[in-house]
Design a protein around this ligand. Structure first.
Ligand code: ARG
Length: 459
């Protein structure tokens, strides 16, 4: 079978080389974008008088026919035609004859493939902002149902201070908001047109890059032709944004795994989002959370893979850059899967309010508050810290919690304690005492929920 670039060659390509260098197995995913770009390119060729109008019409008709074939699954992609660009061009020529060979006038696969990638990623970014929004909605829904649910907050995975479960969930809403904003910000760097850069230096034809950009909805063409064909930083930026999202998800996953264990038993994941064991009948495993946590590794890997491919690559296009695709597609699929599953997993999760509350009743997470109590009575904080440290030690040695102590016992440590200490130590009081902007007091958390809902509406 003859190659589109066969003229200079006297020998057939080695079969293994053909297989090794082909990308059609994976870049066929860019078929829609490739045709979209070609339609805009050929329209421009007509507008600029580079091709006669009837050639342009024939080529457009042909491209739409090829598009139909691909959509119906009738197109036979071949490794002999290497990649999606040449498979489509070949099919076009088969469809409309030699006039199809005029499509590639003033264009190279180098600016063509870069254009396809921009078109592809632009769509994905919009999609991911939407999916993040759905996840935020699910988190906000659970937060609203849990503005009175108190659980221990942790530092070093040791009980620290009681917090509202809603406050904990809203922390993730903030993280995913920044993730969405990062994606939206990246859009302007993705929404640029490489086409017209030619192989590397531009083209001798009087093309109109601004017209093509406008037709494809890009903000404008790349400023520099070398940059246009050799830039993959927009993909790296996406892979980095995706890694950040997976990192955030994986932290939540870890908490789900911990919290759904018998030891914590703070939440119960819905049966539909868990799987069983082939041997142990009692098991209900949080597989989705574990897998999202695990798949974070491959998403980081794809980021590092492409960073490393691009490292030290001389300008402009190098075949190495064909390696930009599989990792990107893999990251897109992995992220789609994670986000699609996460929202319903969160909204169907059962929150074990009583169990969380029980945990708070049996810990020292109210210790900071009696230190603050003594400070309010005039003791310097450092001394108050010492007094309460001793009080806690006494409790541990006597198998008690702070709320179990009698006022006389408190007095062993400081005469400043009065009967109101027992109110101060109540978990609700402890939570609501943190009434600063961004704090865990119920009023603050309700305010945060309201603001998050408003932001989501505007996104
Ligand atoms: N399949 C190639 C890629 O994905 C398209 C560009 C090929 N250009 C070239 N000069 N060989 O990078």
């Amino acid at each position: 079978m003859s190659k589109l670039w066969g003229g200079r060659f006297t020998k057939k390509t080695d079969q293994l080389v053909e297989e090794y260098t082909a990308s059609i197995m994976f870049d066929k995913e860019l078929a829609e974008e490739d045709i979209q770009g070609s339609l805009a390119h050929v329209t421009m060729l007509g507008k600029c008088g580079i091709l006669p109008a009837d050639d342009v019409e024939k080529i457009k008709d042909g491209l739409l026919k090829v598009q139909g074939m691909i959509r119906r699954g009738e197109m036979e992609f071949t490794i002999g035609d290497e990649d999606i660009h040449m498979n489509i061009e070949k099919a076009l020529i088969d469809e409309i004859g030699p006039v199809g060979g005029k499509l590639h006038t003033g264009r190279s696969r180098n600016d063509q493939v870069a254009t396809d990638m921009h078109l592809y990623l632009r769509k994905r970014v919009v999609e991911f902002v939407g999916l993040l929004g759905k996840l935020q909605e699910a988190l906000i829904g659970q937060a609203k149902a849990n503005v009175d649910t108190i659980l221990p907050g942790y530092t070093h995975l040791q009980r620290a201070q009681p917090i509202l479960f809603a406050h904990h969930l809203m922390a993730y809403v903030s993280m995913f908001q920044r993730d969405a904003e990062r994606l939206m910000d990246s859009y302007k760097r993705i929404n640029m047109l490489p086409l017209g850069a030619g192989a590397l230096a531009g083209t001798t034809f009087p093309i109109d890059r601004h017209f093509v950009a406008q037709q494809l909805g890009f903000d404008g063409p790349y400023e520099n032709s070398l940059d246009a064909v050799s830039d993959r930083d927009f993909i790296i930026e996406f892979l980095s944004n995706a890694s950040m999202i997976m990192m955030h998800l994986s932290r939540f996953c870890e908490e789900m795994v911990l919290w759904s264990s018998t030891e914590f038993h703070f939440v119960e994941l819905d049966d539909a989002f868990c799987t069983g064991s082939s041997i142990m009948p009692q098991k209900k495993n949080p597989d989705v959370a574990e897998l999202v946590r695990g798949k974070t590794g491959r998403v980081y890997g794809n980021l590092f893979g492409l960073l490393t491919v691009l490292k030290s690559l001389p300008l402009a296009y190098n075949k190495d850059m064909q390696e930009d695709k599989e990792g990107m597609f893999d990251t897109v699929r992995t992220l789609q899967g994670a986000l699609q599953l996460f929202a319903p997993m969160v909204s169907t999760m059962k929150v074990n309010k009583d169990r969380m509350r029980q945990a708070v009743n049996q810990d020292f997470s109210n210790a900071t508050d009696i230190a603050d109590y003594l400070v309010n009575k005039g003791l310097p904080f450092r001394q108050a810290h010492e007094v309460i440290g001793k009080t806690v030690l006494y409790c541990i040695q006597n198998n008690k919690f702070l709320l179990d102590l009698a006022l006389e016992e408190f007095h062993q440590f400081s005469k400043l304690f009065e009967a109101d200490i027992f109110d101060v130590l109540q978990p609700e009081r402890v939570v609501n005492a943190r009434n600063v902007y961004g704090g865990t007091a119920a009023g603050q958390v309700e305010g945060a929920i309201g603001r998050a809902e408003k932001t989501l509406e505007q996104t």
